[in-house]
Design a protein around this ligand. Structure first.
Ligand SMILES: [Mg+2]
Length: 182
């Protein structure tokens, strides 16, 4: 196994909490404004099913999940609730403070947290997290700050890639494969 992969697995082994940005990570970054003839506007976005099932697998093995997003909205709230996420922080741009508050609440060290982010506001968290991951579509600054850039893009399996790495590092991946492949 290449040294780079071994180092990543070492970083992923102690992870107890997976925190993610939303737009560009759990989605492809597109925000839809649904307009109606009466003039009302609803905002929505699309999420990825491959990420969704994997977000259940991590919960099954006792790893908590959460979203820190500057934007937020009903679609994100529904997604977080449906996947039993422990943390949802929305509408805040001070991501470092949010990150520190969550760590304190969870009683975890930064080395026990994985963070997935794609843009400049995520860089400070990518630098702090024990395992930091950027999707393939991330801005150059986020890619530079991350320990790993996933093959998949945000909203197209990037979170799934990150979760497979964590589950592999913690010895759960083969069991999940066996559940479906045997
Ligand atoms: Mg983003």
């Amino acid at each position: 196994m290449p040294e780079f992969r071994k180092a990543l697995l070492r970083r992923a082994a102690p992870v107890r909490l997976l925190l993610m940005d939303c737009d560009g990570v759990l989605t492809d970054g597109t925000v839809f404004f649904l307009t109606t003839p009466d003039g009302s506007v609803a905002e929505t976005k699309g999420f990825d099913c491959h990420d969704g099932i994997a977000l259940r697998w991590v919960r099954d093995v006792g790893i908590d999940t959460g979203i820190i997003t500057g934007r937020g909205g009903l679609a994100v709230q529904v997604r977080a609730r449906s996947l039993d996420m422990r943390y949802l922080v929305e509408g805040r741009t001070d991501k470092v403070e949010c990150f520190e508050e969550i760590l304190q609440n969870a009683g975890l060290k930064a080395s026990q947290v994985a963070y997935v982010g794609d843009d400049l506001p995520d860089v400070p968290l990518l630098r702090r997290a024990g395992l930091s991951v950027a999707p393939a579509n991330a801005r150059p600054e986020a890619r530079e700050a991350a320990h790993w850039i996933t093959p998949s893009r945000g909203g197209r399996g990037a979170v799934r890639d990150a979760i497979e790495l964590i589950l592999t590092a913690q010895g759960h991946w083969q069991g999940i494969l066996d559940r479906y492949m045997s």
